[in-house]
Design a binder for this molecule. Structure first.
Ligand SMILES: C=C(O[C@@H]1C=C(C(=O)O)C=C[C@H]1O)C(=O)O
Length: 385
């Protein structure tokens, strides 16, 4: 085959890819129109039976064209997710017009290349308007910016699949005057990054935020005791240190390393192959969440000092048929041995049944505070394979 033939084939591929994009954009517009029907008829945004039927039909047709089921499933699950999340985002925007402006300021930990920045870009990608980023040095700084009205939103990591709950953030939420308005999950792919030409054997010091150190503990143990670990305020500052100090490395994402001029010495450092962090998005005022979309409510409560009081409180959720997805206990700062509980519920406080459950919960607790009611971002795929 000649070079000219190759170029001609590549032109054909380019054309097909452009056509695919045009069709995807058209599909998205039609999906937006379907939303109008759901709003008028008060129907849930998601229709899993329709998705299931659609995927089965596509897989069968795709097979006749020589495409395998796994490939078709992967491609269309992504298209469906986009379609559903976009409808949800549009609906939420129409419900909360006051919270929409041409530009919005978001405070997150670190700066260019931090994992928080990746999560911020992912979460706000569906939102029109100009994103103004405010890099912060600590979690308190983030909530402070939101409380003072210097940021419209703050992004805080709350849990990680390798290292568990991020206690500092839970403790901060006890007193911060902010409301949770959203969540986003970001996959975290830790790499060891160093200046070009530095080899693993040359490294004497590794810089990282405490979270990546915890999430990559097994890899770090394997390197032996001769390498010093220095904790940094954020992944961005760890990268800067690796840039400034010879024979050192930092833990961060490959993208962040590339951006700043560091190369990947080793990838896949996390203890768990599937390493994800869930972030919460906070704002000064709570948002209204449509009952047509999957919703989470996060609350904080202190139970009474009586036998069975936690069990009694949790029974309220069971009796009202409310699914609890997380229960976390944290000490009360300044009151040794006192505990507060963080609870995530699959519930929307706009529903009368949820309001009744929360009223009843008060009878079994010393206090209850709703930290937020927000759109659940995790979309469970329908299973066809
Ligand atoms: C577009 C719709 O809404 C959602 C998105 C779908 C899609 O993009 O094909 C299918 C079902 C729904 O979960 C619809 O209900 O038809």
């Amino acid at each position: 085959m000649t070079e000219d033939t190759l170029q001609a084939l590549r032109r054909d591929i380019n054309e097909i890819d452009s056509d695919l994009l045009v069709l995807l954009a058209k599909r998205r517009r039609i999906s937006h129109s379907v939303l109008e029907y759901k709003i008028t008829n008060n129907k849930p945004i998601r229709d899993e039976a329709r998705e299931q039927a659609l995927l089965e039909k596509l897989i069968s047709y795709g097979k006749s064209l020589g495409l395998d089921a796994y490939y078709i499933n992967n491609v269309f699950q992504l298209i469906l997710e986009d379609s559903v999340l976009n409808q949800q985002a549009l609906l939420q925007r129409s419900l909360n017009p006051d919270a929409m402006s041409d530009s919005y300021r978001v405070a997150y930990l670190g700066g260019q290349g931090s994992y928080s920045q990746l999560a911020c870009h992912k979460y706000f990608s569906r939102r029109p308007g100009k994103l103004i980023e405010i890099g912060c040095a600590s979690f308190e700084h983030i909530t402070g910016q939101v409380e003072k009205g210097q940021a419209d939103f703050g992004l805080l990591p709350i849990e990680n699949t390798s290292s568990g709950s991020i206690n500092e953030v839970f403790d901060l939420l006890q007193h911060a005057q902010v409301s949770i308005v959203g969540e986003v999950t970001q996959s975290i792919e830790h790499c060891l990054l160093a200046l070009p030409n530095v080899e693993l054997k040359d490294i004497t010091k590794i810089y990282a935020h405490p979270q990546p150190f915890a999430q990559c503990s097994r890899f770090l143990q394997g390197l032996g005791d001769n390498i010093q670990h220095e904790t940094c305020d954020s992944t961005s500052s760890a990268l800067q240190q690796a840039l400034d100090n010879p024979n050192s490395a930092a833990i961060g994402s490959a993208q962040a390393g590339k951006h700043i001029g560091l190369e990947v010495l080793k990838s896949g450092l996390a203890n768990q192959a599937e390493n994800h962090s869930r972030f919460i998005v906070v704002a000064r005022k709570a948002l209204q969440v449509s009952t047509q979309i999957p919703t989470k409510t996060t609350l904080i409560m202190a139970t009474k000092h009586q036998v069975g009081s936690l069990a009694d409180a949790l029974m309220v959720f069971k009796q009202h048929n409310i699914n609890m997805t997380k229960l976390e206990s944290r000490p009360v700062p300044g009151n040794p041995w006192e505990e507060v509980f963080y609870v995530d519920l699959q519930a929307n406080t706009a529903e009368a049944s949820v309001q009744r459950a929360l009223e009843e919960l008060k009878e079994h607790t010393q206090f209850v505070r709703i930290l937020g009611c927000y759109q659940s971002e995790t979309m469970k795929q329908v299973e066809v394979l």
